[in-house]
Design a binder for this molecule. Structure first.
Ligand code: ADP
Length: 434
């Protein structure tokens, strides 16, 4: 998609921009999820790919061709043989048997009835509904019907499978089966899958998750558990606590997640009202709109005065912590900017040394030179996006003989947690905040 926008009711009073300047590349064999709250424009983006919703601005190219420039015959070929689609509401034809529903797309291809039948049966068998071919759709459960829809979408052997909330109406067991079927089609048959969902529990299936909000792409997150097909840049592979928080708060923007992260570092046992006010202050601190003294003052002021009513010792400790994290995280940001400018070659050992010193000071530990070198190496891997949070932690607890740092679990946990706090604050926010 190049700068692709879809505007419904253009020029009328109720004009609505459902896709707003989407730029996106999807590669053959990828499993992509469009994710976001209901109404954010996921289906709109999907139907432009299907060739049934003309972009108002920009363009969409599939295999280098613009489907909206096809002749009617070419478009039929595209929609039956290049692309397959399945919907939340199935849309099987109620008066046709299951087998006939599946073979229907083959009829438009002019394929001989015997071959049609054979191909349909093979697919129904493969997806576990082989004994239902002679029945009408009404005789099947939701989960079975959706597996029939997979067979229908797949019958022409398309390269790309689109799925619009395919398990939105199913119980969790049937949903799991359908999702596993799609996963197998992606892995075994190497088909590209583009799936729309608002349910965060399905995100682990995707190679990359495209987060959409108000018709725009707000983040693209590669799944660290899957070998990537797309070339992803290192900035985007840094998986932080942000991804975990995003699972708990799927609709928050990156800058809102940053606030959550720091608050969870500062507080335990505060009331909701205190937390809320603290979040507001932390946001101002993160955005550089509030000074240390003001922050401290609000923390100790009484609730009635608009403060948070914390004891001075607690307030002092929190103020110290937030200032330290925000200050030290600047080194992470500097480092990552330089890394990008230098084409990902590690050129700045001074910043890594500084980060190592910060971690050692924070955790109040002494390291001999050999161990300190390993810590720097561990920091470099993590801050460059080459390793994951758990890798960072594991190297800390690994024995010295085994190229680890030989830390106790407590120390390793403390350091790893603190470093993740620095990383998350050091990331460039991709949204502009609210
Ligand atoms: P999602 O799939 O994320 O739920 P959609 O792409 O279906 O979102 O819709 C995005 C927005 O566009 C919604 O606010 C929806 O009301 C609006 N919309 C969708 N289709 C039309 C249409 N045909 N005419 C006008 N507005 C539409």
């Amino acid at each position: 998609m190049k700068n692709m926008s879809v505007i419904y009711n253009k020029g009328k009073e109720n004009e609505f921009r459902a896709s707003d300047g989407l730029n996106l590349e999807i590669y053959p064999g990828e499993y992509i999820i469009f994710f976001g709250p209901s109404g954010c424009g996921k289906s709109t983006a999907l139907y432009t790919i299907l060739g049934v919703l003309t972009p108002t601005e920009g363009e969409i190219l599939v295999k280098g061709e613009n489907p909206y420039e096809y002749t009617p015959q070419e478009l039929v070929h595209y929609q039956t043989s290049v692309i397959g689609i399945m919907y939340q509401a199935f849309y099987l034809i109620p008066s046709l048997t299951i087998a006939d529903n599946v073979t229907l797309p083959l009829i438009f291809q002019g394929i001989h009835p015997n071959i049609r039948k054979k191909r349909a049966q093979e697919l129904l068998d493969r997806f576990g509904v082989g004994s239902h071919g002679h029945k009408l759709p009404e005789a099947l459960s939701g989960g079975q019907t959706q597996r029939v829809s997979v067979a229908r979408a797949f019958v022409n052997d398309p390269e790309i499978l689109l799925a619009d909330e395919p398990v939105g109406n199913l119980d969790s067991i049937s949903a799991g089966q359908v999702m596993d079927t799609l996963d197998e089609i992606n892995r075994r048959d190497k088909k590209t899958i583009i799936l729309v969902t608002h349910d965060a529990k399905y995100l682990p299936y995707a190679h990359r998750v495209i987060y959409i909000k108000d018709g725009r792409v707000v983040r693209i997150v590669p799944n660290p558990e899957k070998k990537q097909i797309a070339r992803v840049d290192q900035q985007k592979t840094l998986v932080t606590e942000m991804e975990q928080l995003a699972k708990v708060h799927p609709y928050l923007s990156p800058s809102e997640l940053k606030v959550k992260s720091i608050i969870n570092f500062l507080t335990q046992g505060q009331t909701l009202e205190q937390l809320q006010r603290l979040e507001e202050c932390a946001k101002l601190m993160i955005d550089g709109m509030m000074q240390r003294e003001q922050f401290y003052q609000i923390l100790i002021d009484d609730l009635e005065k608009g403060g948070i009513g914390l004891p001075p010792t607690v307030a002092e400790d929190m103020t110290d912590k937030i200032c330290r994290v925000l200050d030290q995280s600047k080194d992470v940001r500097r480092y990552r900017r330089r890394l990008e400018r230098n084409n990902f070659f590690d050129t700045d050992r001074a910043l890594i040394n500084k980060l190592a010193k910060d971690l050692v000071d924070e955790c109040d530990c002494k390291l001999e030179p050999k161990i300190r070198t390993r810590l720097k190496d561990n920091i470099y891997n993590r801050v460059s996006g080459l390793s994951r949070p758990e890798d960072f932690y594991l190297r800390l607890v690994k024995s010295v003989e085994d190229d680890g740092l030989g830390f106790t679990k407590e120390l390793a946990e403390k350091m790893a947690t603190y470093f993740e706090k620095l990383l998350i604050q050091g990331l460039e926010a991709e949204d502009k905040g609210h």
